[in-house]
Design a protein around this ligand. Structure first.
Ligand code: FAD
Ligand code: NAG
Ligand code: NAG
Ligand code: FES
Length: 564
């Protein structure tokens, strides 16, 4: 480490004004001095010529990983660790002034460190760069040396401002809406109401690390909500909304009025329409408590899992070294048949089969039998009978919108709430976002879609907040999703519904591939395994509104992706 050492003097005498410091009584603070804002740690990180325009480079300053970029001649430096799960951004994809994370697609402005696309929540520290004698110097403020994340400046409520924004649901969409309102200096009241008994948490973890402490997956701690005046009401369920009176009624008999409303109550797991669903050890995965219970119930047991979409496959993979047997039942021919497609379905099924997971595909559960109130076996349409100590049902979702029946809020045929690109429902001052919303997807020619992705729910929350504040902003987020199987992540970007063809790069045998989904001679989505940062690169092309033609996708080189 370079630079001069800082000393903090501990004065042993009682005088205030003239204090003679005895050297031996000084404590050494080599890295930071909390009283000294001007102190910076400066290091030469590379030569000016090491970086071409449009490139990025990971450099180190005081053992800190920094992302150095050069765009239109200007050098910039921000933290290199993604604020979501810490991926090295230098392995991501840079285009213009932003870098997209290789893991789950979060985007950061390289000049400011600001978060521009979810799933992260926080911004990155931004550092000073100067060029002298053809050398590039980066300076880090010593006070913030240890802060890998930067929370955006936020205001708080101002006493006397009565304007109330009511957020129904305590998930990703509601939380980001609340935070965005405060970032934009909204000074009224923010109330978030959820029937959960837990503050907003990272739901995506539930099927990946099931034996999880609730505390460890909270997105923000209680102090955060206090600091920024975000009221969180737990264990309270909305029962009805009156949009004429602008009120919401809750299960405890209380009624709350609002000036603006966000409905983001999401979806819940769908059960099997069979009598046996009420037996003990028949489980669905919705909360951290469910996840922990499934984890302990399955240890050393015969587990039957119904459903081969994302959650079902993740749970099966998680249980591999824990259950004594795992049987998966799917109603389609292959897993992810209607999402990632049969090719990836086949390879993932093979990966899990190698770990002794048994698959019964093209089949359905017709009966769940129990003994002494506990599940014992399930019967399939094909006639097979499978012993089960635990039955996990992951066959799809139902929107949490029953409480909107009888209101004037418009829903579609499947009871999802319809919104426009500003997240507005048909009723003024009523917004909807997250899994519950049917919305126009910009990159799919404004087709109305439901997309159950974490980052999309966050994006909805942000867009709703900006439009509540009369800062007209359209939703233009590119869908990005990931799923973890056997410790490997499959990444997905775009909207592949209705694709007619898949162009493959790499190969399935090596478990290293990039699948490009084609419709009308254009790439509409991409999925990958061990092929970073290709999916992030594709996502950036979509975000820029650039078409990737089928011909480009088919070309032998991937030069169109500009992967170095
Ligand atoms: C197990 C699992 C794994 C997942 N993994 C991934 C992943 O890897 N990547 C990814 O991108 N996405 C993943 N998802 C999807 C992602 O979690 C969702 O897209 C996201 O949580 C949606 O956020 P939301 O705010 O719309 O709703 P939710 O997070 O579902 O929150 C809804 C909230 O509303 C509350 N609520 C419901 N009804 C009422 C009512 N009447 N009154 C009051 N409160 C109510 C609920 O209690 C909850 O707090 C996963 C989902 C699950 C279930
Ligand atoms: C919010 O207020 C602060 C302090 O007055 C100001 O610096 C900041 O620019 C404001 N933010 C926005 C988005 O208006
Ligand atoms: C299983 O049930 C689903 C939903 O009820 C149905 O769509 C599907 O065709 C059934 N599959 C088989 C193989 O019976
Ligand atoms: S680690 Fe960067 S988006 Fe998840």
């Amino acid at each position: 480490m370079s630079g001069t050492k800082q000393f903090k003097c501990v004065c042993l005498c009682a005088c205030v004004h003239v204090c003679v410091c005895v050297y031996s009584a000084c404590q050494e603070f080599p890295d930071s001095d909390p009283d000294d804002t001007s102190e910076e740690l400066t290091e030469v990180v590379c030569l000016e010529s090491d970086l071409q325009d449009g490139q990025m480079l990971e450099v180190e300053v005081g053992h800190h990983s920094v992302l150095l970029t050069r765009s239109e001649g200007k050098y910039s430096a921000i933290g290199n660790q993604c604020t979501h799960y810490g991926a090295p951004l230098s392995k991501g994809f840079i285009s213009g002034n932003r870098v997209r994370c290789p893991w789950h697609g979060a985007c950061f402005n390289v000049q400011t460190g600001d978060l521009e696309e979810f799933p992260g929540m926080d911004c990155l520290p931004c550092h000073k760069v100067k060029i002298q004698n053809s050398k590039v110097y980066v300076s880090i403020n010593k006070r913030t040396l240890r802060q890998e994340k930067r929370i955006k400046n936020m205001g708080a409520a101002v006493p006397g401002v009565t304007h109330t924004v009511l957020l129904l649901g305590g998930g990703a969409a509601s939380l980001i809406c609340a935070e965005t309102l405060r970032q934009e200096n909204f000074s009224g009241r923010i109330i978030m109401v959820t029937r959960d008994d837990l503050l907003p948490y990272d739901k995506t973890r539930l099927s990946k690390v099931m034996n999880v402490e609730s505390d460890s997956i909270l997105l923000r701690r209680m102090e955060f909500y206090h600091q920024y005046d975000i009221e969180v009401w737990l264990r309270k369920e909305a029962l009805s909304v009156d949009t004429d009176k602008k009120t919401v009624s809750f299960d405890d008999g209380s009624v709350q009025s609002y000036d603006q409303l966000l409905i983001s109550t999401g979806c819940r797991a769908k059960g099997l329409d069979l009598p046996g669903m009420k037996l003990d050890n028949v489980r669905m995965l919705e909360t951290p408590e469910d996840a922990r219970q499934i984890h302990s119930a399955c240890l050393g047991c015969n587990v039957v899992l119904v459903g081969t979409s994302f959650v079902g496959m993740e749970v099966a993979s998680y249980l591999i070294d824990k259950a004594s047997s795992i049987t998966v039942i799917g109603s389609s021919e292959l897993p992810y048949q209607n999402t990632l497609g049969p090719e990836i379905g086949r390879v993932t099924m093979m990966m899990l089969s190698e770990k002794n997971i048994r698959f019964f595909m093209n089949d359905n559960v017709t009966e769940v039998r129990g003994v002494n109130g506990k599940v014992k076996e399930v019967t399939l349409k094909s006639g097979k009978v499978i012993p089960a100590d635990v039955l996990i049902v992951g066959i799809g979702i139902i929107p949490n919108s029953e409480f909107l029946r009888g209101s004037k809020i418009q829903m579609d045929s499947k009871n999802f709430v319809t919104v426009d690109k500003y997240m507005r429902t048909n009723i003024p001052e009523v917004f909807c976002g997250g899994d519950l919303a049917t919305f126009p997807l910009a990159m799919a020619k404004n087709r109305l879609v439901n997309i159950g992705h974490w980052q999309m729910a966050q994006a909805h929350g942000r867009i709703a907040a900006l439009n509540m504040l009369d800062k007209p902003t359209e939703l233009n987020s590119v869908p990005f999703y990931w799923t973890v199987l056997l410790g490997k992540t499959i990444r997905y970007a775009g909207y592949g519904e209705g694709y007619t063809e898949i162009v493959m790069k790499g190969n399935f045998e090596d478990r290293r591939f990039l699948a490009l989904y084609i419709k009308n001679d254009e790439v509409i989505a991409a999925a990958s395994l061990n092929y970073d940062p290709a999916v992030s690169a594709v996502a950036e092309r979509f975000a820029a509104g650039k078409v990737i033609t089928k011909r480009e996708a088919q070309s032998d080189t991937l030069s169109w992706l500009q992967l170095s």
